[in-house]
Write a protein that binds this ligand. Structure first.
Ligand code: ADP
Ligand code: GLC
Length: 527
């Protein structure tokens, strides 16, 4: 890339270890650290949620607040900078871990100081008291996007790349090309928008356009700000960014194909097809490493897989399952939402009971699925164990202690748990969709190839058949050892993905230098 370090800002609503609801948090935390390690100057803008978990060793630094334009008025923003600790030889970024490469990592916390306190609340997206999303989601994240850019503009240092993630950051590329286009900090900036999940788009009533600083005259049918009579944050991001990416090559194809994957945006994605890339997520291979995992009672690795048996025994005991008969343990860790295929588990209840296996499920989410899983555990306590809520330690214990891992997703942009499973020698059983299809290869008994068990159609019978194949293979020690060995030797570290993003950034910058950055007029004209 350029001779001087690339200066880049990620705008995202989650980042481990500070705030996480799902895979987005893992991805932002690990990607930013890897980019700092390879010499970039990385800032991650993150809302200052009340629930933020700032680990020991991180330092906090004041940063001047400012007023953020908001409709016809302004709303006050406060900021704070967080820096991770220096970790010699580590990959945490910070000034230390990344220092040798000249890179750095810091977090820009965005606080809303207006009366409604957008982020000083219990949950990230949902109000735990009501079990629903906060009703002012449109305002919360539009404010976040605008305030983050405003802070950077005031700092004045030139930024090379604005990298916006999912609909919460959808307005970032638009604001950078409109209201903030004349700011010296953004004079040569390129913008990139990454889709982590097209199933969540941030769709709101049209009045929010006024808050964004645009007149109703721009809200005409089929314009960039209109989506079936409403405003769609994801669509705005998709139209104003220089380049687009999503989190696996297969999902990049699926979302343009329409049907169940496009969620109404397939036309926009086809329109930008040449600008959309699929870059497979990596995993944080320090946090998710069975040899070093602080949550596992015993370490193990590819050369010493026997340690896994002790983890397995600890998990079985924690779930209250008997040691005899010693049936295989099948794990699932998931948000309890439609996307994740839980209705297949519901439909397959009787067949699952015939499998001589025990199921361990950890998940938080929709009450309907919580009730389903609670009911299964009450009816069949020796076969189903369900733990409600978000429990990081237990998620690691399931990855380490289970024999198989089930992900029957309806769709899956990338998915991280199947990659964790491969690394932990836990055989994945997945549906052939999105990143699951790109990371798990189906076992072939004759050729002795494959790393897991893949089923094609979204049907309970197909899922049960794949599980049955998985259990049969697992019961044969030599076959099992081969599967584990192949899975555990795969490299899903961030290095390859970060290379993909470096290329994406270089191409986006080249476009901007060639004068091809979008403007409000060019985006409107292209529609
Ligand atoms: P998604 O982002 O769609 O939820 P991913 O597979 O990309 O799916 O990532 C999910 C991440 O969230 C994984 O790290 C998984 O372990 C974690 N996770 C999901 N639900 C829970 C839970 N209830 N407790 C702990 N971790 C969870
Ligand atoms: C989304 C997707 C998931 C992906 C994650 C991180 O939440 O549902 O498949 O792994 O984002 O990109």
């Amino acid at each position: 890339m350029s001779e001087r370090p690339t200066t880049l800002l990620h705008v995202a609503s989650e980042m481990t270890p500070l705030a996480k609801a799902g895979g987005l948090g893992d991805v932002i935390g690990a990607l930013a650290a890897e980019q700092a390690r390879r010499g970039h100057r990385v800032t991650v803008a993150l809302p200052a949620y009340r629930s933020l978990a700032v680990p020991e060793g991180w330092t906090r630094h004041p940063h001047p607040g400012c007023d953020v334009p908001w409709g016809l008025g302004v709303e006050p923003a406060g900021f704070e900078i967080l820096r991770p600790p220096a970790r010699p030889g580590g990959r945490e970024g910070g000034d230390g871990g990344a220092g040798a490469s000249g890179g750095s990592l810091e977090v820009l916390l965005v606080e809303h100081r207006g009366a409604r306190r957008f982020f000083d609340r219990e949950g990230i997206y949902d109000d735990p008291a009501r079990g629903q999303s906060y009703p002012d989601g449109a305002e919360r994240f539009m404010f976040f996007a605008r305030a983050a850019l405003q802070a950077l503009a005031r700092r004045g240092e030139p930024i090379d790349i604005l990298h916006a993630h999912d609909h919460q950051a959808g307005w970032v590329p638009c604001f950078a090309r409109t209201h903030l286009a004349a700011e010296p900090a953004f004079a040569g900036v390129a913008t990139v928008f990454t889709i982590h999940n097209l199933g969540y788009q941030g769709i709101h009533d049209p009045w929010v356009l006024g808050l964004a600083g645009f007149g109703r005259e721009l809200f005409y049918p089929a314009g960039p700000f209109e989506f079936f009579g409403r405003v769609n944050d994801m669509k705005v991001g998709l139209l104003f960014a220089d380049l687009l990416s999503t989190v696996s090559p297969r999902y990049a194809r699926e979302i343009q194909s329409g049907g169940e994957f496009g969620f109404g945006l397939e036309g926009v994605l086809q329109h930008r097809s040449a600008d959309l890339r699929g870059i497979l997520n990596g995993i944080d291979d320090e946090t998710w490493d069975p040899a070093r995992d602080r949550f596992l009672p015993h370490p193990y690795d590819r050369a010493h897989p026997e340690g896994k048996l002790k983890v397995r025994a600890a998990l079985r005991e924690e779930c209250g399952f008997p040691a005899s008969p010693d049936w295989p343990l099948v794990g699932t860790v998931t948000r309890l939402v439609e996307q994740k295929g839980l209705d297949l588990i519901e439909q397959a209840e009787a067949d699952l009971l015939r499998l001589d296996a025990r199921f361990i499920i950890l998940g938080a989410g929709q009450p309907r699925f919580q009730e389903l899983l609670t009911r299964l555990m009450i009816r069949h306590p020796q076969r189903f164990y369900y733990r409600a809520g978000f429990d990081e330690r237990f998620a690691h214990l399931i990855e380490g202690g289970c024999d198989l891992f089930l992900m029957p997703s309806r769709y899956e942009p990338c998915g991280l748990n199947q990659m964790y499973s491969l690394r932990y020698g836990t055989l994945p059983v997945v549906r052939a969709t999105g990143g699951l299809a790109d990371t798990v290869s189906d076992f072939d008994l004759e050729a002795r190839t494959g790393t897991g068990f893949v089923f094609q159609r979204y049907e309970a019978a197909e899922m049960v058949a794949a599980l049955r194949r998985g259990l049969t293979a697992w019961r044969q020690p030599a076959v099992r050892a081969g599967l584990m060995e192949r899975g555990m030797s795969l490299d899903f570290s961030w290095r390859a993905s970060a290379d993909g993003y470096d290329r994406l950034y270089a191409d986006a910058l080249a476009r901007v230098r060639a004068g091809a950055a979008p403007t409000l007029d060019s985006v409107r004209a292209a529609m």
